[in-house]
Design a protein around this ligand. Structure first.
Ligand code: PGA
Length: 244
């Protein structure tokens, strides 16, 4: 594992943009898994800025959006694919055939999850996945209790996650999500975990220094062959003694 401690959110975003940009520069046709949420916003903004300044070519990358709500289609503004579209896919003019979503609106959503993993396989696997961790140790939407070998699937969101998500929804926060599975995350050739803020410090410490357990799904990352963690000082504050 490589751990980089940034002084704040801004530096975490800048350092992670350097990492992602160098991976894409080395492999212009890289296949990326991209998470949603507040944590990676700075990273995506910085990648968009590099694209706009012509310093980063993105026309050959493939992107998989790693979470969605059940019942939510690509045009619902509260959906996660729609969020990634607004923030990254559209500004970077990625072509639609290079962007993949979890089809929460599919009449057979479980099948859509299986197809998502199959599409990743057909693309040769993920070269890089960007993830963040929830306060309860979830990764993607893999909530505590998720089997460590879980494939991409539908699951009930935890009360913690529902409460966290309330701010994004006027009403009726979706109670089920589709998530990239822990086994699919672990199969990525490189994993970049971004963590910011004091509220994540305990989850990060449990993930990196506690036992590998489905009670803390992010702890599966200890088994990753290539894990890079970029955390700001607040998030890393309980990591003393971690071997890097
Ligand atoms: P956040 O969410 O990036 O909005 O903090 C992360 C998560 O809960 O998985």
């Amino acid at each position: 594992m490589k751990l980089v401690v940034a002084k704040d959110y801004e530096e975490m975003s800048a350092l992670s943009a350097d990492i992602v940009a160098s991976i894409i520069t080395e492999a212009p046709n890289a296949t990326l898994g991209l998470t949603t949420g507040n944590t990676p916003v700075g990273l995506y903004n910085k990648l968009v800025a590099r694209y706009r300044s012509d310093s980063l070519s993105l026309d050959k990358i493939r992107v998989f959006c790693t979470e969605e709500y059940l019942g939510i289609g690509p045009d619902n503004p509260c959906g996660l694919f729609s969020w990634l579209n607004r923030l990254f896919v559209t500004p970077c003019r990625l072509s639609a055939d290079r962007v993949f979503r979890l089809r929460g609106d599919d009449p057979e959503p479980q099948l859509a999850c299986l197809e998502f993993d199959e599409q990743i396989r057909r693309c040769g696997g993920l070269d890089l996945i960007v993830e963040s961790v929830g306060i309860n140790g979830h990764i993607g939407f893999n909530e505590p209790g998720s089997p460590l070998d879980a494939p991409t699937r539908i699951l009930a969101l935890s009360e913690d996650t529902l409460e966290y998500n309330t701010s994004y929804w006027d009403r009726d926060v979706p109670r089920y999500g589709l998530t990239i599975g822990l086994s699919t995350i672990l199969a990525a050739r490189q994993i970049l975990l971004l963590v910011s803020g004091q509220s994540k410090a305990e989850a990060l410490a449990r993930a990196l220094t506690g036992p590998v357990t489905s009670a803390v799904p992010a702890s599966i990352l200890q088994q990753a062959s290539q894990l890079m963690v970029v955390a700001d000082r607040d998030a890393a504050s309980l990591l003393s003694g971690v071997e890097v």
